[in-house]
Write a protein of this length. Sequence first.
Length: 302
Amino acid sequence: MVRPDWIAVDWGTTRLRAWAMQGNAAQDSRASDQGMGKLAPDQFEPALLDLVADWLPPAGEKPMPVIACGMVGARTGWVEADYRQVPCTPLDPHRATRPPVKDPRLLVHILPGLCQFDPPDVMRGEETQIAGFLAAHPDFHGTLCLPGTHCKWVGIRAGEVIGFHTFMTGELYALLSGQSVLRLTVGDARPEAAAFDAAVAQALAAPETVALHLFPLRAAALLQGLTPAEGAGRLSGLLIGAEIAAARALWSGRHVAVIGAPELSQLYVRGLTMAGGDAYEQDGAALVLAGLSAAATALEKT
């Protein structure tokens, strides 16, 4: 039977992930589809217990620390956790929010997100990946790119987040490939590399024309036999290429670490390299756990 020291939780919009931790080492992990988007505030505790109840101590013993990040702390989550205004360090676990719980075996801490006012922007969850990255690279000075549904471009200096910008590229891809006429061409196909490269080059050369090249993907499928994989490659290349072009001032002349799921991160590294950037990939899932471990260590010292 696994009996952890504490439980790490990454609770996003669509997924809930938990790790049974002993020190900084994961002894077991579990996941469910009970993301924030499916739950009312009073459903978060039962969803967590469904996943981790057998990791908890017997009644009457010291409650189990649970350190959570992500959309669980959103306004529509379990309870709203504060935003910390940049420039600041990525994490301050002492400002974590404690949601009310019915089960006395739980001691839950929800980590705060980050915000800025000019231009207005917010993040939840990515700050924990950033903390995990900086734990291993404390002297990093440059830009972090965190692709996903919403891609964050984050400036880092002297261990602090100095500013960030969000691009909705992943959500635009999902809407176009799943709900527009392009669903008939792209669907859920994986991007073909050569088509991706060609579309990135096209978007980098003239990002203002990207919208002009979207409907031709459907026409090419009807008239020229464009395959779903080619269509997916061209659509992702156009959107990612336009994002990289718009973000040039954020990455040009800087080291860029791309943090996220491997398949998507590789596309960003490929596009940045084509644009002349200095980019390399980091595993986002591992960095979430590293950031949560850093938060647990800080809380233990208090």
